[in-house]
Design a protein around this ligand. Structure first.
Ligand SMILES: [Zn+2]
Ligand SMILES: [Zn+2]
Length: 409
């Protein structure tokens, strides 16, 4: 057995807004000092900055595990009959916690899609939510772990009012691991023992989580201040110590907790390493690329040329471009489009035009121009800027020329 473990349930200050004061980098540095081999990010409901996190973890020699602590709801809407005798839909704030970890690059995509959906107006209710049905439809590219005391598995026996026992059994069968924790609280002790029983019944492994929220006790104090500012106060704080634990500290805490036999919790700790080994690592493509809007770079390029021509005609028709300047515009547009083609920038111009037009149509102020793009007449014609370069004597080659090919920003 390895004398270490993997922290796979962890919150940092960026993602879990107002639920942690510790930076991701602080955790990674500490985990690296402790000789840990992997580390996961599981902020509440979303995984912002996951590429930065992955690159940083890898720079310290750790495997990065991309995940979230999701909010699950049995159903989005409930129905009731209102006082006028009509049926009315309403939402229930039953947001259960569940850890979802991407097993590979496909899992990352799948997780991102699930997160996207969880934010739409139907799904969101106080928190971004995933329905039980959507959860049951997640593929094997996602590892499902039952999470903390707020897990749907904790709705056992008569505590469960939100869904029936068939759904409950389905949950028990669907999770890859049942999560136990080391906190010395009566609730956690009972829950660990219950999960141990279920793990034998359903033949599922237990896995040990730390639900880490702070790197040390100072940062835990800072977090407490944040929590108080949100109106949440703790009474039994000593029971819920969420600071970073080394392997030895974790084992000691479990010895003290005495919820499970030693060989059972040691196995649950070892399962964090086994689980991390099943994660298939992949390299990020860090080369900058432009977004593709219409299916391929080629079709985007064609689209921008078409776009420029039709917007040019429109501006001439409306008198925005005076008749005596039409020929000079035509000449400049032709030249610019050929440079964009050579420097592979037509697709970029299309995406900028779409973005700026969208901002304008939604009342978002964008200013007359940004940096060297003020030198482009194409940019003026396609509404990326409101500045005509000839009128203001700005130079196209400052913005784009064949001898200086670099990504626009
Ligand atoms: Zn939780
Ligand atoms: Zn958590």
């Amino acid at each position: 057995m390895t004398n270490n473990y993997v922290i796979y349930h962890l919150h940092d200050d960026k993602g879990s807004l107002l639920d942690s004061c510790t930076k991701w980098e602080e955790y990674v540095d500490r985990a690296s000092d402790c000789g840990m081999k992997a580390i996961a990010s599981t902020n509440h409901g979303y995984n912002l900055n996951w590429t930065d996190k992955k690159l940083y973890a890898e720079s310290k020699g750790l495997k990065y595990i991309n995940g979230i602590e999701a909010y699950l709801t049995p159903q989005l809407y409930h129905t009731k009959i209102n006082k006028n005798g009509k049926s009315e839909q309403y939402k229930v704030r039953d947001n259960f916690h569940t850890i979802l970890l991407a097993k590979n690059r496909y899992g990352v995509e799948e997780l991102n899609n699930a997160i996207n959906k969880s934010y739409d107006s139907d799904h969101k209710y106080y928190k971004p939510r995933i329905t039980f049905d959507e959860f049951f439809n997640l593929s094997n590219d996602i590892i499902k772990i039952s999470a903390c005391l707020a897990s749907p598995l904790r709705c056992y026996n008569d505590k469960c009012v939100d869904y029936d026992s068939e759904v409950y059994k389905r949950l028990l069968k669907f999770y890859d691991y049942y999560e136990v924790q080391y906190w010395n609280s009566q609730d956690q002790i009972e829950y660990n023992q219950y999960l141990y029983k279920m793990s034998k019944e359903y033949n599922k492994p237990l896995i040990m989580a730390t639900d880490t929220h702070s790197i040390n006790s100072y940062k835990a104090e800072c977090r407490k201040i944040l929590m108080i500012s949100k109106g949440i106060e703790f009474t039994n704080e000593d029971e819920f110590d969420l600071t970073f634990k080394t392997y030895d500290e974790l084992v000691n805490a479990l010895e003290k907790q005495q919820s499970l036999p030693r060989e059972v919790y040691m196995e649950a700790i070892e399962n964090t390493n086994r689980m991390a080994e099943t994660i298939q690592d992949f390299k990020l493509n860090t080369k900058s690329r432009y977004p593709i809007l219409t299916g391929s770079r080629e079709s985007d390029a064609q689209e921008y040329i078409k776009h420029t021509k039709s917007m040019f005609k429109d501006k001439v028709d409306k008198g925005i471009i005076p008749f005596n300047e039409v020929e000079s515009f035509k000449k400049d547009l032709k030249e610019e489009l050929s440079v964009f083609k050579k420097t592979d920038m037509l697709g970029f111009m299309l995406s900028m035009s779409e973005l700026m037009c969208w901002c304008k149509s939604h009342g978002i102020p964008i200013g007359p121009s940004r940096g060297s793009v003020a030198g482009s007449r194409c940019a003026f014609v396609t509404d990326i800027i409101d500045v005509d370069s000839v009128r203001w004597n700005t130079v196209f080659s400052r913005f784009c020329n064949e001898n200086r090919v670099e990504s626009g920003d």
